[in-house]
Design a protein around this ligand. Structure first.
Ligand SMILES: Nc1ncnc2c1ncn2[C@@H]1O[C@H](COP(=O)(O)OP(=O)(O)OP(=O)(O)O)[C@@H](O)[C@H]1O
Length: 205
């Protein structure tokens, strides 16, 4: 982990009508950090994550990503990528098609596209699974496909909104460790939203 901030929140507030979802948040998230947003339901975790993703805009304050104000970064150049709460993988596509889905808009050559998908699958320990149908995967494998789909875009920051909530307890505990190990080996900043204290505090192994 470096000392360089990759995300800076400067006095960030968000109001939805009369609801003050967030009030003057100031924090820095460093490059390579595993940053957990922990808190009870309704405290504004998802709202903050969605603002870092650029899906929502602060009512007040500023978000700086990799030294640039968010407002100055065109949406298709944001160095963030989100892994959604549900698996959000397409059951009618195979693993490689799922992982390569977002890449299509970059119009890479066939060889580059294939190589990028293979690299992302290898990062999540699913090398060789490209031709598997998505519905043939276990819960943990689906979760890793969802992560590979974010990683294939080579983001500087991966945003995870309760990524493990759909898994049963045993698998969730196993994936908590796996996620941490993956983040360590890949070295990209992860920002994770959770209401589970254990998940937020998961130890390095
Ligand atoms: N689009 C919206 N319009 C109006 N109010 C909203 C909107 N999105 C969120 N809120 C309100 O903002 C507050 C924070 O919501 P948010 O979803 O960020 O909480 P959370 O901490 O992620 O909760 P949970 O753990 O239940 O997902 C809540 O009071 C919520 O009702």
């Amino acid at each position: 982990m470096s000392d360089r901030p990759i995300i800076e929140l400067r006095g960030v507030s968000k109001r939805f009508g009369t609801v003050q979802a967030l009030h003057r948040i100031d924090t820095e998230i460093r490059e390579g950090e595993f940053f957990s947003l922990l808190g009870p339901s309704g405290c504004g975790k998802t709202t903050l994550l969605r603002m870092i993703a650029g899906f929502e805009h602060p009512t007040e304050g500023q978000i700086v990503i990799d030294g640039k104000p968010m407002a100055d970064i065109p949406p298709n150049q944001r160095p963030t990528n989100m892994v959604f709460q549900s698996y959000a993988i397409f059951p009618h596509l195979n693993v490689a098609e799922n992982v390569g889905y977002g890449l299509k808009r970059l119009r890479l050559s066939r060889a580059d596209h294939r190589a990028a998908v293979e690299t992302a699958l290898a990062m999540v320990d699913l090398a060789g699974y490209g031709r598997r149908a998505a519905h043939e995967l276990s819960g943990g494998q689906r979760q890793r496909v969802a992560l590979a789909r974010a990683l294939v875009m080579r983001p500087k920051v991966v945003l995870l909104d309760e990524p493990l909530s759909a898994l049963d307890r045993k698998l969730r505990e196993q994936m908590q460790v796996e996620l941490r190990q993956l983040q360590q080996s890949i070295g990209i900043t992860f920002i994770l939203v959770t209401h589970d204290q254990e998940e937020a505090l998961m130890k390095r192994r």
